[in-house]
Design a binder for this molecule. Structure first.
Ligand SMILES: C[S@@+](CC[C@H](N)C(=O)[O-])C[C@H]1O[C@@H](n2cnc3c(N)ncnc32)[C@H](O)[C@@H]1O
Length: 235
């Protein structure tokens, strides 16, 4: 297995990973509903027993949401963090939705070619530098998908030099405060963001998707610096 590719400040095998879901609920506008939105979009595009790939399975919240609503879906979750896989495994068992679910400790490149009818990648790609790593993740996902299969990407994004970035970032920081994050915690989180997030503009994300074999990409969600896009693997 390759070494985990997430940036060090976001230590998913350590304290950050252990607290991840609390932090995500606090800082990501629409975090919980994002998985139900994905479900709503995918439901309309998939048959009764689709094979769905969840890239960066994390704590398993996405897989529990899908499997509770759609017990027939065959889910595979992949994540390079042992701690996150263990949390997800426990979570699936606790929710009674572990049947028909596979959790892979590793990378998308470890999975079979063309095996999936859909894929999601939520809150992962912004940890990868735009030096070929973002491309390579998208290429690996495309390789796993059947032609025409939908792909949902949910990301922190923004053009740091663009006219609205500073205002959106300031509003996002105030959102953390409104959500109850204390001053020390906010300063620590801001330092992590500065060090560990590799920003890409929407235009760049669309370019990356098109370059790696995804077509008809369009944004279905935006809140402050978060966005979500649906596309499909080219036929
Ligand atoms: C911020 S969490 C997101 C988890 C979940 N998708 C969510 O939205 O709650 C990011 C996850 O991506 C995983 N990750 C980091 N690099 C990855 C990669 N190259 N491929 C797949 N997962 C990766 C991390 O280990 C972590 O569990």
């Amino acid at each position: 297995m390759n070494a985990p590719t997430h940036a060090e400040p976001f230590d998913f095998d350590g304290a950050y990973g252990g607290d991840y879901e609390y932090i995500a609920r606090t800082v990501i506008p629409g975090y919980r509903s994002s998985f139900r939105q994905a479900l709503a979009l995918l439901r309309g595009r998939l048959g009764p027993r689709p094979r769905v790939l969840v890239v960066g399975a994390g704590t398993g919240i996405e897989m529990v949401t899908f499997k509770t609503a759609e017990p027939g879906w065959r889910l595979s979750g992949v994540d390079p963090s042992r701690q996150m896989i263990d949390i997800a495994e426990h979570r699936m068992r606790e929710a009674g939705v572990a049947d028909g679910v596979r959790l892979v400790h590793g990378h998308v490149s470890d999975l079979e070619e063309g095996d999936f009818d859909a894929a999601t990648c939520f809150n992962v790609m912004h940890f990868l530098p735009d030096d070929g790593a973002k491309q390579s993740l998208l290429r690996d996902i495309a390789r796993c998908l059947a032609p025409g299969a939908p792909f949902l990407l949910f990301e922190l994004h923004g053009d740091r030099e663009g006219p609205r970035f500073d205002e959106l970032f300031a509003a996002w920081s105030r959102y953390w405060e409104i959500q109850g994050m204390g001053e020390t915690e906010r300063a620590a989180f801001r330092a992590k963001i500065e060090e560990g997030i590799h920003w890409a503009s929407e235009a760049r994300l669309l370019e990356l998707l098109a370059g790696e074999g995804f077509e008809d990409a369009w944004r279905y969600y935006r809140a402050l610096l978060y966005g979500a896009w649906i596309s499909r693997r080219a036929r």
